[in-house]
Design a protein around this ligand. Sequence first.
Ligand SMILES: NC(=O)c1ccc[n+]([C@@H]2O[C@H](COP(=O)([O-])OP(=O)(O)OC[C@H]3O[C@@H](n4cnc5c(N)ncnc54)[C@H](O)[C@@H]3O)[C@@H](O)[C@H]2O)c1
Ligand SMILES: [Zn+2]
Ligand SMILES: [Zn+2]
Length: 388
Amino acid sequence: MKALRWYDSRKVRVEEVPEPRIEDPKDAIVKVTSTSICGSDIHLYDGFVNTLEKGDILGHEFMGEVVEIGAEVRKLRVGDRVVCSFTISCGECEYCRKGYFSLCHVSNPNAGMQEKFLGGHTAAIYGYSHMFGGLSGGQAEFVRVPFADMGALKVASHLKDEQVLFLSDIFPTGYMAAENCMLQGGETVAVWGCGPVGQFAIRSAFMLGAARVIAIDQVPERLAMARAAGADTLNFDEVKVHEVLMEMTRGHGPDACIDAVGMEAHEGGFIGRYDKIKQLLRLETDRPFALRQAIMACRKGGVLSVIGAYAGLADKIPIGAMFNKSLTVRNGQCNVQKYWAGLLAKIESGAIDPSFIVTHHMHLDDAAAGYEAFTEKKDGCIKIILNP
Ligand SMILES: NC(=O)c1ccc[n+]([C@@H]2O[C@H](COP(=O)([O-])OP(=O)(O)OC[C@H]3O[C@@H](n4cnc5c(N)ncnc54)[C@H](O)[C@@H]3O)[C@@H](O)[C@H]2O)c1
Ligand SMILES: [Zn+2]
Ligand SMILES: [Zn+2]
């Protein structure tokens, strides 16, 4: 079969590889009909995630048809149309039972590799380096889906792939970012980053009761997409973000601040260069510019919701501001299974159609060009669907 493999920073290519097989009675094999490239894949593409190895198959947003099931799969049948969760969860451990599906204690076969970086470990994630389990990803024709009863959600045939594919990651992820803001109704929420995750966070914040969303980015078409959802927008190339946020909130700051940027934040000035050099020299793994700005802007007693991904160590986090303003910090990889059935119901009822995010369709064979277009935001690229 064909699959997208990583070789080095900014070097990926589609190659022939052996098809996956059932390895455990709880596995299923899914024939992929649609897959996509996530902002998290950029961190791999740019070489900022440790323990990725040459030849690893990337991709964690995918859906398709079940073509084989193991002897202990109960909820799925061959022929089912499913979307798969990017984190792999057993559904039975103490973390899964509490709804912390992204912290599943048993799905990550390489949990030990994370302990020294993180002091604990997450669930396995498809195609996301060896410390996240070393599992082959979904930018491929076929994928082995472990714990398939938990990791594959059946979807009705009348919905198009592009309407349901994002239940695999970015829709629940954006929703969790907004839910973590603990909105009561009427709040102002600021969202750093108008990539796919930010777009779903903006729409989810409105769904959950925000009166106003202020979205921050520098890419005009992404800001326009945020405005289409009803957000006010700030272009960080054009305005001083902190000052304008204070003006817009009578000097208090937003009630909740969502960082939907993560470890590769841009900043045009001295601080941006400082972080880039430190990251390249491996003196810090993450460039936390948006995070710093969100902490500084957040209202006293407000909520900081970090959904952009961070890998390890970051410098100059304003911990004093976070502490003295009594901010509540909520974050983490998305607990997809906590949200996806409810969000599927919203898609089925017509309350939201996630296909608004798709700007490009490409063949899986062209995935390497897709990585470049998405990373460089070429040709208005916001989200690409790859079809095998
Ligand atoms: N927590 C999770 O479960 C989870 C799941 C999916 C993705 N993520 C993470 O969410 C983040 C966003 O993902 P995406 O797919 O939207 O990626 P993306 O790269 O398309 O979007 C990031 C956006 O941030 C903008 N940006 C950069 N610097 C900024 C700054 N200083 N201020 C404001 N905006 C800035 C960029 O222009 C871009 O539009 C990534 O870090 C990704 O790894 C986390
Ligand atoms: Zn992702
Ligand atoms: Zn579990």
